[in-house]
Design a protein around this ligand. Structure first.
Ligand SMILES: [Zn+2]
Length: 487
């Protein structure tokens, strides 16, 4: 009997001992790391010697995962548009890097529509991760959100796209897409039963006036983390228990949010920082992918995309065939009444014969985007007057502005007659004008665009439009036809 009691006592002691050991070594806290990248814009290569690069970002992610395997990585939109190493492959190179990096999801940014729905679907097919947007509807193309289970913690990630998208995107690219209210979309998709709610919204979060902040406020729900984008700002601040995070653009920085959770998966601590991406870390796998695409960029420049039956020349002192072609493409793409571009932005003539991708890069080496603005007739006339302005010796100050959708006559420093779409210009009438971001920002003395209404930068590179139009028509034809006449 006594022996039995001793055995029982020993057994109880062992169990108690084991339990206390269990409580000592069973982790009472868990850490979740959320890495965000926004507005990469295809910048796979470092932007400067000490600044960015997707292989370097992937190196940071590897290091963060080594420190904490409970790490998720989110792209918050505008991943593909903006650099030849991405644009020339319609974003395929970015997807390959992200697949290798192990991205968890990607939010649809406004620039994800730039190459049309088929190109977007192709990218989605190639990706090992879902594309999210709760406020853009096109059949069931995008998931509104995903729920990730990370070490027993359920994390809901809701995607949102800037509500400005329909205004700043080429119309035909978004045909059939429905854009809905971002605040409503948060409310409708918010899952209270998840331990952590993250909003990955391609919209600014830099202050209390930002689109993301307002969307969350109007939704009436509380999120734990709001990863923003689109405005290319740096943001790292808290309001109402939500951390707002945005990490500039072009892969030069990443956002890192660390959540500490207790045993019941409640958040008990949160820290966050915007980290500048330097060459301190580099993923070999991703670096190999980038190098492979870089050598293909050089090959791509030689590819023939169209034919030009005649030489198209520039002319900074009058109308030019090449200026007409550039302006026609800009005007047609955005269904504008008028397009204007500065002669100085067109950097090479187009020789007759085969036209390569590299030829279009030579004509338009600048990364200028198309801007849209509403000008009154008198403002439009002022814009033309800036183009014909001369210095004391009679030399043109900026070079004649190249035009589409209008024709005008001038003498000395005076614009005489202007016709828009064949009808005389009316001073009070409003005209939708497409121009380039350089002029829209006051470049070459064109202050007048900033005085217009509803100025928006579409973010679409002028060069990309030229490439697309050249390739789809297969032929580049334009001539001098009396749009600009000195009388
Ligand atoms: Zn954007």
């Amino acid at each position: 009997m006594q022996r039995r009691v001793i055995i029982a006592v020993v057994a109880i002691a062992v169990v108690i001992g084991a339990l206390s050991l269990f409580f000592i070594f069973y982790p009472t806290e868990k850490r979740i790391t959320i890495v965000s990248i926004n507005d990469l814009h295809g910048a796979l290569l470092p932007e400067g010697s000490n600044d960015g690069g997707i292989a370097q970002i992937a190196g940071y992610v590897e290091e963060l995962r080594r420190q904490n395997p409970n790490t998720i990585v989110i792209d918050v939109g505008d991943a593909f548009q903006g650099r030849p190493i991405s644009n020339l492959f319609y974003g395929e190179s970015v997807i390959e890097c992200y697949n290798a990096m192990g991205l968890d999801c990607l939010t649809i940014g406004n620039h994800e529509f730039d190459w049309g729905v088929d190109a977007l679907k192709d990218l989605m097919d190639r990706a090992d991760f879902p594309f999210l947007s709760a406020n853009v509807v096109y059949d069931d193309l995008f998931e509104p959100y995903i729920v990730k289970n990370v070490d027993g913690v359920s994390i809901q990630i809701i995607g949102l796209t800037t509500e400005l998208t329909p205004e700043i995107t080429e119309k035909k690219r978004i045909e059939g897409f429905q854009f809905t209210d971002a605040g409503e979309a948060i409310k409708d998709n918010y899952n209270e039963s998840c331990d952590v709610v993250v909003i990955a919204g391609h919209m600014g979060v830099e202050d209390e006036k930002s689109e993301g902040f307002i969307a969350l406020k109007t939704s009436g729900v509380t999120a734990d983390v709001f990863l923003g984008g689109h405005t290319h700002e740096g943001a790292n601040w808290r309001y109402n228990n939500c951390t707002f995070m945005e990490a500039y653009a072009y892969g030069t920085a990443i956002g890192v949010v660390n959540l500490t959770m207790d045993r019941n998966s409640e958040i008990i601590g949160i820290s966050s920082e915007v980290i500048n991406v330097t060459p301190d870390y580099e993923s070999e796998t991703v670096s190999d992918i980038v190098n492979e695409y870089y050598s293909m960029v050089e090959e791509e420049m030689e590819r023939v995309i169209a034919y030009s039956p005649s030489q198209l020349r520039r002319n900074s002192e009058g109308e030019s065939a090449l200026g007409n072609w550039v302006c026609d493409v800009m005007r047609q793409a955005f269904d504008a009444d008028v397009a204007l571009t500065n002669s100085g932005g067109i950097r090479a003539d187009l020789e007759p014969g085969d036209v390569t991708v590299g030829d279009i890069f030579s004509i338009m080496p600048f990364d200028n985007t198309v801007a849209l603005v509403e000008l009154t007739g008198s403002q439009l006339r002022e814009a033309l007057e800036i183009g014909i302005a001369t210095d004391e010796s009679g030399e043109l100050l900026h070079g004649i502005v190249q035009v589409s959708g209008l024709n005008f006559t001038y003498s000395d420093n005076e614009v005489i007659e202007v016709y828009v779409g064949g009808k005389p210009l009316k001073n009070d009438e409003k005209y939708l004008v497409a121009t380039n971001s350089f002029m829209a920002g006051g470049g070459d003395g064109y202050y007048v665009f900033e005085e217009g209404n509803n100025l928006v930068d579409t973010g679409v590179l002028v060069r990309d439009l030229l490439l697309q139009y050249a390739e789809s028509s297969g032929k580049i034809e334009a001539r001098v036809e009396g749009r600009i006449r000195r009388v």
